[in-house]
Ligand binder design. Structure first.
Ligand code: HEM
Length: 139
């Protein structure tokens, strides 16, 4: 009996030591509220940087905000479905440069940092956005 209880005790201890799986990225970005705040901070950064803001002169910003939140939510496995057009379609004709792209990514990093998002979650999201470079720059 004592032997069984000892064994059970060890099993419970081992179970407690198992690393807990990381939360989905969506949660680590702060869920819907977190994403909204990240995007709002990013929009503020865009507004303050004339080299990026000039591209958005004719853009419906409220719609862009809604679509960007939707896209980031879907990418991070949140409960959303992106309803916008492809990255290639939406960026064609804007002649966005590599410097523009890097500047926007830096503003996003700044926004995530401000929101207290962990470095690993930041890198995960950035890793998902990096392949979009070819669809955004010099289209
Ligand atoms: C990975 C980086 C980027 C992501 C994830 C992204 C995402 C998006 C999304 C979701 C939309 C809305 C698409 C739609 O209307 O259906 C959009 C539109 C737009 N993006 Fe980006 N974007 C990125 C980089 C950039 C950069 C670097 C610039 C310029 C500096 C830029 C300028 C624009 C503009 C001007 C529009 C609005 C186009 C319009 O008014 O129809 N984007 N982007």
């Amino acid at each position: 009996m004592v032997k069984w209880l000892t064994l059970l005790g060890f099993s419970l201890m081992l179970a407690a030591c198992q690393p807990t799986p990381p939360q989905p990225l969506y949660q680590r970005l702060g869920g819907q509220t977190g994403l909204e705040q990240i995007v709002d901070h990013l929009l503020q950064g865009i507004a303050n940087d004339p080299s990026i803001a000039r591209h958005f002169e004719d853009t419906d910003i409220a719609n862009f905000r809604r679509l960007l939140i939707e896209q980031l939510c879907e990418l991070s496995q949140g409960p959303c479905k992106y309803s916008g057009v492809t990255m290639q379609e939406s960026h064609t004709g804007f002649q966005i440069s590599k410097a523009n792209f890097d500047a926007l990514v830096n503003l996003l990093i700044d926004a995530m940092q401000h929101q207290g998002v962990s470095i690993s979650a930041q890198n995960e999201l950035l890793g998902m956005l990096a392949p979009m470079y070819k669809d955004v720059v010099y289209r």
